[in-house]
Design a protein. Structure first.
Length: 418
């Protein structure tokens, strides 16, 4: 099998009298039948996998070949298994929409090598971004390549999934949860997954349950925010936030996760944390300790630790709650809503920054629910904007070729039933 693959690579190069460094990519079965073969005059994005199983620095060899230095020694042998995952700033559950903004934190645990060959059991990280990097709309949205190496394929998949699951990512929505779910899916582990995997398995269903329970996450955020305020208090900083020496009402905080509003009513008593309403799927909750960056709870008799991080996007503050059960990003809800920030009823906003490449309707057009209004191009992909309801286009606020920011109002469709 190995010899057949190497022979095919040699034949492909010889067929075009190729001279130089290049890569040949295969998809073949155990009987040596080829289902895919591609040759490039460059290194493939998957080249770290080859480096991992051969122990050879392909980039160094590429420079040697370019300098006219002949390849020396025996042909490489392959040992162990390696899997690469591409971590992207995108939202797979919403038509793979690319995400832009500031990457406040990217922290992968257990990395044993960066742009270098990992040990037999190890995680390699190839990434051109760092904490504070800004991901824009003009380039590919890949944040990193994360590569595992292990003696068996099952171990390589499990170790890569574990590293990704415990990765801290603040500021951007990514495909991390989908990568974890895919690596651990029975079809992938059995080697039967094909290119129709995400057609057969909807990304939203694959990642269902991967995030932390929103109601519990909001409670953790409220307790951590109270601890942060307590630690910054000028006087009586050791007293619980909102402490009264007589009975008092519950304190109120409000968070938002996606389209879901999460109010939290709580108070601290001599018996500990008291909630006006427990999260729906929890029967018993006890606060064991709290700091601005960590909250420890006993949830239905099980001790659980939650890490808490914060970042701001413009004037909007966000709280990230992370645990072994998943992670959750919350935005702090405003106590009072500025009327000037309210959108017209029926306003359609840009789901991402991009360029308007086509408009299918004009002001005054009558449209049906789900009708395509316009197309945005961002990061080499086109995304269609449709109307959620039937009605009349009362405003078209953009033109073909115009660049728009995420959240910009594109058009207004007035509901025909109003």
């Amino acid at each position: 099998m190995r010899e057949r693959l190497l022979s095919a690579a040699r034949n492909a190069a010889a067929a075009v009298d190729y001279r130089g460094a290049g890569t040949v990519e295969f998809l073949a079965d155990e009987r040596g039948r080829f289902w895919f073969l591609e040759m490039n005059t460059r290194l493939q994005v998957e080249h770290p996998v080859t480096e991992s199983v051969t122990g050879i620095d392909l980039v160094a060899l590429q420079f040697d070949v370019a300098a006219g230095i002949p390849l020396q020694g025996d042909e490489p042998t392959m040992t162990g298994h390696s899997i690469e995952a591409r971590l992207y700033a995108e939202d797979p559950a919403h038509d793979w929409q690319p995400q832009t903004g500031t990457l406040h934190v990217l922290d992968l645990p257990g990395v044993t090598a960066e742009f270098d060959i990992a040990a037999m059991h190890g995680i390699r990280l190839d990434s051109g971004v760092r904490n504070g990097s800004v991901v824009g709309a003009n380039y590919d949205a890949m944040l990193a390549k994360v590569i595992s190496r292990a003696p068996t394929r099952a171990e390589a998949a499990r170790e890569l999934a574990t590293a990704l699951r415990h990765t801290r990512i603040h500021g951007l929505t990514t495909n991390r949860d989908l990568l974890v779910a895919s690596l651990l899916h029975p079809d992938f582990l059995a080697g039967t997954a094909d290119t129709g995997f995400y057609t057969q398995h909807d990304p939203a269903e694959l990642t269902r349950g991967a995030a932390l329970d929103p109601e519990l996450g909001a409670v953790v955020a409220a307790v951590a925010d109270a601890a942060a305020e307590r630690s910054s208090a000028v006087a009586l900083g050791g007293m619980p936030s909102g402490f009264r020496n007589v009975p008092s009402g519950f304190q109120q905080r409000r968070y938002v996760a996606g389209d879901c509003e999460l109010p939290v009513s709580y108070r601290f008593t001599r018996a500990g944390l008291e909630l006006e309403r427990l999260p729906t799927r929890i029967g018993r909750l006890t606060l064991l300790s709290s700091r601005s960056d960590e909250v420890v709870l006993e949830v239905d008799g099980v001790r659980r630790s939650y890490r808490v991080g914060r970042f701001a996007t413009g004037d909007v503050g966000s709280v990230v709650v992370e645990s072994n059960d998943g992670s959750l990003t919350l935005t702090a809800g405003a106590r009072f809503i500025d009327p000037a920030t309210q959108l017209d009823a029926g306003a359609l906003v840009a789901p991402m920054p991009g360029t308007v490449v086509r408009i299918a309707v004009e002001e005054g057009s009558t449209v049906e629910a789900g009708e395509q209004l316009l197309w945005l191009e961002a990061m080499k992909m086109e995304h269609v904007v449709t109307t959620p309801t039937a009605g009349v286009v009362t405003k078209m606020l953009v033109a073909t070729g115009q660049q728009v920011e995420q959240g910009a109002v594109l058009a207004v469709v007035e509901d025909s039933d109003r």
